[in-house]
Write a protein that binds this ligand. Structure first.
Ligand SMILES: *Cc1c(COP(=O)(O)O)cnc(C)c1O
Length: 453
């Protein structure tokens, strides 16, 4: 029976039990496409219903349109391609109650008048860091852009040549500056910038001295740069503003006694060391070392924050309630000094002994056919932080005698497990693997072992 009249109707397909739980609109479109292709093909060949259903199912799944959860076994904690910093379930659930209903993000309960959207976050940050005020925008790039546009439009900003960085995603300091209307005044050389370079660059055109943390690269060897206290003093004495784009938003005291294993964190600027120096402005990302949502957080003197708030651009850069509420709830964990409830900080602080135990327990679930060795590894903070310096970690070096490591890595990826290769083995780094991921990993490995027995 191969007449076109025997083709099933779209309704038949939509209601077919094979497609229970499928998104109706997508299913309808894929069904129409497949049926219409069959109708227009010459010579006319009508496949069996089973074959048609299989084609539709294949077409449906070949166009995934949703974000899927991934397992990050790369050991790169702030992985920009994997959504940067994860948010804890408990924090998310507390925030969800507010996000899913109406709330007072911009409403003053006492007066019944329109409120200020940043008060909750500002109150937390003031308590945690002792800053005067804060503002939250879309991301750190937007934060810097708003600062430059507000205070340095058509005026000069002095930046060291060694700090004219490019961050992933095409964020380049000179270009951000040009777009903001500020004029870049480069000083020093790539490897050396001296205090006198800054001082000699100051003119009537100067608005600001900008320091940018070299997040994702390092200059080694014959180098010199000027420390923040000197720049703040120079700006103050010259009646200029100083601004520090510090990238990550690390709170040093969150790490307490665990600093030793994390020695390389010393290279990151820390909010609790910078704010006591009384800078005019600092800005950083919400989803890097702070361990929260994507946001650009600006801290600084109240009068300056007020000027930023008065800039029309803020209307375009402002964040949604979801961001503000999640950020505030993450900051509550900082107020509780419950740093372990922030996944990023918990991952950083997990001891090597604990990682070793986890590795042993995962290894015990790895099926025959694989060679699995628990070994010391180096994890990386990532997200444009600390390029060359890793943090100690423990991993499982995985290999399979029928699969080369590139193929194994690719197959694991089809199981939503993202790994990296080290020493001709696929590495499962325990620092970024959650314990609740273990079952998924061992199930995937069992399937791979069966298929390659
Ligand atoms: C990451 C980074 C940025 C960009 O931050 P986003 O939040 O990604 O916009 C800017 N400056 C520095 C120093 C950074 O490390």
């Amino acid at each position: 029976m191969s007449s076109l009249a025997s083709l099933p109707s779209v309704d038949t397909i939509l209601n077919h039990p094979n497609f229970a739980g499928y998104k109706r609109l997508l299913l309808k479109k894929r069904a129409q496409e497949i049926l219409s292709a069959i109708r227009s093909a010459r010579p006319v060949v009508v496949p069996s219903l089973r074959e048609i259903l299989a084609q539709i199912e294949h077409a449906y799944h070949s166009m995934p349109c949703t974000v899927v959860p991934l397992i990050n076994a790369t050991g790169i904690l702030i992985h920009t391609n994997l959504g940067r910093s994860p948010i804890s379930r408990a924090i998310y659930d507390r925030a969800a109650e507010l996000i899913c209903g109406y709330n007072n993000v911009e409403f003053e309960l006492q007066s019944g008048k329109r409120g200020e959207r940043y008060v909750g976050v500002a109150r937390c940050l003031r308590e945690i860091l002792g800053c005067e005020d804060c503002l939250v925008v879309n991301n750190n790039a937007a934060a810097l852009f708003l600062i430059l546009n507000t205070f340095a439009k058509e005026r000069e900003v002095i930046v060291s040549r060694g700090e004219l960085i490019e961050i992933g995603g095409g964020f380049r300091i000179p270009e951000v500056m040009a777009n903001s209307g500020a004029k870049l005044h480069e000083v020093g050389t790539t490897n050396k910038t001296k205090f006198a370079d800054y001082r000699n660059a100051i003119s009537a055109q100067t608005a600001m001295i900008l320091k940018v943390h070299r997040s994702n690269y390092a200059i080694e060897g014959f180098t010199q740069s000027v420390e923040l206290p000197e720049l703040i003093a120079l700006a103050r004495d010259s009646q200029l503003l100083d601004c520090y784009d510090l990238g990550g938003g690390l709170l040093r005291r969150a790490f307490g006694a665990k600093q030793k294993e994390l020695a390389n964190l010393r290279l990151e600027p820390a909010l609790d060391e910078i704010l006591p120096l009384n800078p005019s402005l600092v800005c950083f990302s919400g989803d890097k070392l702070l361990g929260s949502v994507q946001a650009g957080i600006i801290l600084g003197k109240s009068s300056l924050i007020a000027q930023l708030k008065a800039n029309q651009l803020l209307r375009m850069l402002r964040v949604d309630k979801i961001t503000l509420i999640l950020l505030e709830h993450c900051l509550q964990a900082y107020l509780d000094e419950d740093y372990g409830s922030i996944p990023l900080l918990a991952m950083l602080q997990t001891s090597l002994e604990e990682l070793h135990e986890r590795a042993q327990s995962l290894k015990a679930q790895i099926p025959n056919g694989f060679d699995a060795q628990v070994c010391p590894t180096t994890a990386y903070i990532g997200g444009g932080t600390l390029p060359q310096k890793g943090i100690m970690s423990i991993g499982i070096a995985l290999s399979h005698d029928k699969l080369d490591c590139e193929s194994l890595k690719d197959i694991l990826r089809t199981h939503r497990i993202i790994t990296r290769i080290h020493d001709s083995c696929v590495l499962l780094d325990m620092r970024t693997l959650f314990v609740h991921d273990f079952e998924h990993v061992s199930e995937a490995l069992k399937e791979i072992a069966q298929c390659n027995a």
